[in-house]
Ligand binder design. Structure first.
Ligand code: PMP
Length: 426
């Protein structure tokens, strides 16, 4: 092992922006040479277990033979063609596979190039649906606090108004409605007051609300919170009662992360519009999709001319579709439920002791997600150095240290992740 930087890194540091970062006073970034299994290898030779699965995408780990093969085979045929006026087998086969595993009622698929763009498309679907029905007053969305839906303008507009970026872009963002997020983490501790804020807003404003958008069961980047399925069941029935569409943003929760293929299943509900992304390609390429019911599709076309007004250059990129299809097939052929359940049990056992620390506010576990919420903000640079010294890659934010590992992680590797998490929080 040596700590030398590669020759290109000084240039990179001076010229290349990183996520949510200062260009002039950047936090340290670690140069990765390669990745295999659940490990990243840094340019300086150090190896770390990736407890983040590359922002929750790499559910099968890295350098996966089946996924490599899918891309190589597709590459031999074509890397990309435009989707306007053309089509191809990878898109068709992926759409078929997605609809076969999606919650009941999903009938149509729109491919987008990232999660945020999928959220934009979902919002457009809802707005165009209302316009085509002659409900032109329905231009607002209703969401819940602590949500996160992406960084583009439409998506930012439905992120948590306090934790999100509303203060930076206040004049440019529409004023949507935000209900209090439920505080009950499970149906065992449910009481109906959890619905008061949401019910009040939808009752008062439904004539202006095109759709409700939320992350089912687990709220991710807005606070890593878990909530009771009963909330989702009641949201579904209130949406039905008030003729409001329900958009489920399963970009983070989809493909098994919470223990079921989609988190909506835990409340036995289905949305009208579903966004998926992240783990869709097993973390290989950027791709997302928006699924909707036959009813939403028919509604968009109800005025006799409805075309859905979106069409990105790289829509349904064949390489991305091919690897997504292979990733779903690999997931379905694997014992993923047992793997996620085993990760959940181990996270419970090995993170629970942190509750005894005076510095820890809460410990939350759901499926293959383990979260330690601290009382004070985390010193990310310092904590990351300590974690790396223990052979673990995590990226804390705010007061949250969390892991969302690849489903294929072995229990000894997961034990190394949780030991590192305990060491920096207790
Ligand atoms: N929705 C949710 C629930 C997410 O977690 C994210 C990404 N963290 C997004 C949308 C945005 O996806 P992307 O970063 O691919 O644009």
């Amino acid at each position: 092992m040596n700590n030398r930087q590669p020759a290109w890194q000084a240039f990179e540091q001076a010229h290349v922006w990183h996520p949510y970062a200062s260009m002039l006073d950047p936090a340290p970034v670690y140069a990765v040479k390669s990745a295999d299994g659940v490990r990243l290898e840094f340019e300086d030779g150090r190896r770390v277990i990736d407890g983040m699965a590359s922002w929750w995408c790499a559910i099968h780990g890295y350098n996966v033979p089946q996924l490599n093969a899918a891309i190589e085979q597709q590459l031999g045929k074509m890397a990309h063609v435009m989707f306007g006026g053309l089509t191809h087998a990878p898109a068709a086969l992926l759409a078929e596979r997605l609809l076969s595993i999606a919650p009941a009622g999903m009938q149509h698929v729109f491919f987008a190039d990232s999660g945020s763009v999928a959220v934009e498309v979902a919002i457009k679907m809802a707005l165009q649906y209302c316009q085509a029905q002659g409900q032109s007053r329905k231009t607002k969305l209703l969401s819940i606090r602590h949500g996160y839906h992406g960084d583009t303008f439409g998506a930012m507009g439905v992120c948590d108004p306090v934790a999100g970026m509303h203060h930076l872009f206040a004049d440019q963002l529409p004023n949507h409605f935000f209900a209090d997020a439920p505080t009950a983490a499970s149906d065992d501790v449910w009481d109906d007051e959890q619905m008061t804020s949401f019910r009040g807003l939808i009752e008062a404003h439904h004539s202006q609300i095109a759709a409700v958008i939320l992350e089912p069961i687990v709220q991710g980047a807005g606070g890593m919170r878990v909530y009771a399925p009963e909330f989702l069941r009641q949201v579904r029935s209130l949406c039905d009662a008030y003729d409001v569409l329900l958009i489920a943003d399963e970009i983070a929760t989809g493909f098994g992360r919470t223990g079921t293929m989609f988190a909506c299943e835990q409340a036995q509900i289905a949305p009208d519009i579903l966004c998926v992304g992240k783990a869709l390609t097993g973390g290989y390429m950027t791709l997302a999709a928006v699924l909707c019911t036959a009813g939403v599709c028919a509604g968009i076309h109800a005025d006799g001319q409805g075309v859905l007004m979106h069409g990105p250059t790289f829509m349904a990129n064949p390489l991305a579709c091919a690897v997504a299809l292979a990733s779903i097939d690999l997931l379905l052929a694997s014992p993923w439920q047992q793997r996620v359940a085993a990760i959940e049990t181990q996270l419970h056992q090995q993170l629970s002791p942190c509750r005894e620390s005076e510095r820890v506010q809460a410990v939350r576990v759901k499926g293959a997600i383990g979260v330690i919420e601290m009382k004070d903000p985390i010193d990310v640079v310092h904590v990351q150095q300590q974690l790396i010294a223990r052979g673990v890659w995590l990226r804390p934010f705010g007061r949250l240290l969390y892991t969302m590992p690849p489903f294929v992680i072995r229990s000894d590797d997961l034990a190394q992740v949780t030991a590192a998490m305990r060491s920096v929080t207790m």
